[in-house]
Design a protein around this ligand. Structure first.
Ligand code: SF4
Length: 362
């Protein structure tokens, strides 16, 4: 195994299952030989958790609340303006899936003058584009083709976590009560984003009871869509974190070695232009090692808002992240929420493209 090339599905699975230290060293060498990266990128963002209700009940979730909160327009605008003053370039709008299936949320939206959450979202993103230098990125669970099409006008990029393409997990504590985590529907949305030429972020969640085969299959499914449509700009490899009170609180978190191997496998399976991202706030002790295994993006880092999905894990200061990155031999570089190769009329709405040219190009 230790000097073997990786070609087939089984090669990746065997590697993930292997207890041979030589296999890890071999994979690190293979990835290192293929890579020429100098920079590790990040996007300076603000986080807008528009509503923390969700129709799903994932076994690992700490974001969802039955006694939810829908952010008021004034609050959102304040965060956006503050982000603008701090030089942020990305406004990450995130909320639970189909929050307006909840009659109380629907009623509240109605009182505010909106038919549904996406109408409210569109209004806020339109305001963001008209009044700040921030570019919206939306991640709010499953969306239909027409909804993606509408939101493309006001988003620089969009995303949804695949989590895992295993149907089996729909029968387990992770996704048993989450109809929106049906991998067929998630893959269909990622495909629709490809058809609509939306620069896109997806990812897998590691440590939710999946097998090595299921990890490899998920990455291969993402690769297939990426090869067909070319729209996947980055893939997040996120580690499950156990938190008190969640249904999966007794699940073991993936070990650093497991994460390292999954990152190596992702790097070998995915097309070379697709970035691999790990959230640094969830990988403080191991993040530098993951850079050596192929990670080349830290994702959104907020100087002013916390990570509402993982509130116990504060974002590292950007200067701390710079030192951390440089110690591993790379340079930290800010990027926009849309990657450079997508900045063209082929991929972006006229409005977004104009804004990028007027603000961020010579
Ligand atoms: S879809 Fe997201 S917000 Fe909804 S329950 Fe699952 S993890 Fe929580």
């Amino acid at each position: 195994m230790s000097s073997r090339e990786f070609k087939h599905f089984e090669d990746y699975v065997d590697f993930l299952e292997s207890r041979d230290p030589g296999a890890v060293i071999n994979a690190m060498r293979l990835v290192g030989e293929r890579e020429e990266k100098k920079y590790i990128t990040y996007s300076k963002n603000v986080f807008i958790p528009l509503c923390n209700w969700c129709r799903n009940l994932c076994g690992y979730c700490t974001f969802r609340r039955e006694d939810y909160r829908l952010m008021k327009e004034r609050e959102v605008k304040e965060i956006l303006l503050k982000g603008d003053r701090y030089g942020c370039k990305e406004a990450l709008f995130t909320f639970g899936e189909r929050v307006d299936e909840n009659p109380k949320v629907r009623e509240e939206l109605k009182k505010m003058g909106y038919e549904g959450i996406l109408e409210y979202l569109y209004h806020l993103e339109d305001w963001c584009l008209n009044n700040t230098n921030l570019l919206p990125h939306t991640n709010c669970g499953l969306l239909e083709y027409q909804e993606l099409k509408m939101l493309k006008e006001v988003n620089a990029s969009m995303g949804i976590m695949l989590e895992n393409s295993s149907e089996r997990l729909m029968e387990t504590v992770a996704h048993r009560n989450s109809p929106g985590k049906d991998p067929k529907k998630r893959l269909e949305m990622i495909e629709n984003a490809g058809k609509l030429k939306i620069p896109f972020t997806t990812g897998i969640l590691v440590g939710i009871g999946e097998s090595s085969e299921e990890i490899v299959k998920s990455l291969m499914d993402i690769r297939k869509l990426s090869e067909e449509y070319g729209h996947i700009q980055e893939v997040i490899i996120q580690n499950f974190r156990s938190k008190r009170g969640i249904p999966m609180e007794n699940f073991k978190e993936p070990s650093p070695l497991r994460m390292l191997k999954v990152i190596l496998v992702a790097k070998m399976i995915l097309p070379p232009e697709v970035s691999i991202q790990v959230p640094p706030n969830l990988n403080r002790e191991t993040g530098q090692l993951f850079l050596l295994a192929g990670v080349d993006d830290w994702g959104g880092i907020s100087p002013i808002t916390k990570d509402y999905v993982n509130p116990e894990a504060p974002w590292p200061e950007i200067e701390t992240l710079r030192e951390y990155t440089e110690e591993a031999g790379y340079r930290l570089k800010e990027r926009l929420p849309v990657y450079e190769r997508y900045i063209s009329s082929e991929w972006l709405s006229e409005r977004i493209l104009k804004k990028i040219y007027s603000l961020y190009r010579e």
